[in-house]
Design a protein around this ligand. Structure first.
Ligand SMILES: Nc1ncnc2c1ncn2[C@@H]1O[C@H](COP(=O)(O)OP(=O)(O)OP(=O)(O)O)[C@@H](O)[C@H]1O
Ligand SMILES: O=C(O)[C@H](O)COP(=O)(O)O
Length: 399
């Protein structure tokens, strides 16, 4: 890694520093349910503010598709940033234009300002030069502290580093160092668990991942997509049927790479997506047409834990079930606790990552027992695949 860090940033009193952070945190009923991503960016914000910089935070929240969406406003997250930082955080209702400009002009040295969701503009995801310029006009320096969004070549994650002096924040630095230390030269067998809900954005990664690991355990919505691809009816489960061909190709690639694919053999099904919903365990080929799989079942938990017992290295992104609503947290909690016990005994190096995955590890009360918990999900998987991360690459190229 050849990028510059905050150690290289001296004499920044009065400088406007645009800091890309990841505030894409889990939220329920307007309340942040896991603040890990906020906690991780506090050191960078505090350090810059204490050095007298004007700290301007850029972040996305959700996937609003280039238009403002009320429940994806970062105003929901601002009070939590303020509480955790223990420092006043101003909020501007746009990340570019007059609202942003006026708020930046009003800043004093050491102030912290959070700008509205960058994804409320189409130019963000397109990495559009005009949008980059509109963001850059409010900064003298750019710091990227969002490792978990570094797999996106977006204006605020990559584009700004093309036009402003660019530095890695403390979390960016720490994440890369920790992943390299834990997984740079992994002991085999390496087992990966991939679950969660972001099927379309993660499924392609699995094609390379199966070439690198000895077993790939698939859970969550991702598993339903693979099970459906085999021709099994998944009822009303979260499933991306149009990805069936991709899923089949991954299974073929896994077979030729000697990677075992571990799919659920049973599931916990319900007819409603709510806590305490009536539920039953069914074999995976007997999912009722009007029900959805919300967790993997007990036989599957035992099979996954057998793989965790064999593993010397475990990488995990995406919960095995809808862990936020009881009792569909059982598989995620059981496997997390087994992985934690093996890690504590020294038999396993375990790295888990992802916005909701961190929350799931906290829910299982194992976050401190795993070797490392990354804030990154998709970025972590891409790093694991060996794919260049645009947000990191551009920092390495920065002058
Ligand atoms: N069977 C299932 N049906 C519906 N939702 C599920 C199921 N299994 C898991 N989920 C949901 O998946 C979500 C997490 O998926 P996601 O892919 O976003 O993981 P993540 O750890 O947040 O990774 P990233 O940081 O890349 O977003 C959780 O909110 C969980 O409820
Ligand atoms: O939650 C994440 O993994 C990051 O914030 C990136 O979000 P995205 O998958 O919507 O780009």
């Amino acid at each position: 890694m050849t990028f510059k860090t905050l150690d290289d940033l001296t004499d920044i009193a009065g400088k406007r520093v645009l800091v890309r952070v990841d505030l894409n945190v889990p939220v329920k009923d307007g309340k942040v349910t896991d603040a890990t991503r906020i906690e991780r960016v506090v050191p960078t914000i505090r350090e810059l503010s204490e050095k007298g910089a004007k700290v301007i935070l850029l972040a996305h929240f959700g996937r609003p598709k280039g238009e403002p969406v009320a429940d994806m406003s970062l105003s929901t997250i601002a009070p939590d940033v303020e509480d955790i930082l223990d420092h006043r955080v101003q909020f501007a209702a746009d990340c570019i234009g007059e609202k942003a400009g006026t708020a930046v002009t009003a800043m004093n040295n050491g102030d912290v300002l959070l700008l509205e969701n960058t994804r409320f503009h189409k130019g963000e995801e397109k990495n559009d030069p005009d949008f980059i310029k509109a963001l850059a006009v409010n900064g003298d320096i750019y710091v990227n502290d969002a490792f978990s969004a570094a797999h996106r070549a977006h204006a605020s994650t990559e584009g700004l580093a093309q036009v402003l002096p660019a530095y890695a924040g403390r979390t960016m630095q720490a994440e890369l160092e920790a992943l390299e230390k834990g997984l740079g030269n992994p002991k085999r067998p390496v087992v990966a668990i991939v679950g969660g809900a972001k099927v379309s954005t993660k499924i392609d990664l699995l094609m390379n991942l199966v070439k690198k690991v000895d077993a790939l355990v698939i859970g969550g919505g991702m598993a339903n997509t693979f099970i459906a691809a085999r021709g099994t009816d998944v009822g009303k489960s979260l499933c991306e049927h149009d990805l069936a061909e991709t899923a089949k190709k991954i299974m073929i690639e896994a077979a030729s790479s000697g990677c075992a694919i571990v799919l659920p053999v049973d599931g916990v099904v319900a007819r409603e997506f709510k806590a305490g919903a009536d539920n039953e365990v069914v074999d995976i080929d007997a999912i009722p047409a009007d029900a959805m799989v919300l967790d993997v079942g007990p036989k599957s938990i035992a099979a996954v834990n057998e793989w965790v017992s064999k593993a010397e290295t475990l990488v995990w992104n995406g919960p095995l079930g809808a862990f936020e609503i009881a009792p569909f947290d059982k598989a995620t909690v059981a496997v997390a606790r087994h992985a934690a016990a093996r890690t504590r005994s020294g038999a396993l190096v375990s790295v888990a990552g992802g916005g909701d995955t961190v929350s799931a590890m906290n829910h299982a009360e194992v976050a401190d027992d795993l070797s490392y918990v990354s804030t990154a999900g998709g970025a972590f998987l891409e790093w694991m695949e060996g794919k260049p991360l645009p947000g990191v690459d551009i920092l390495n190229q920065a002058k």
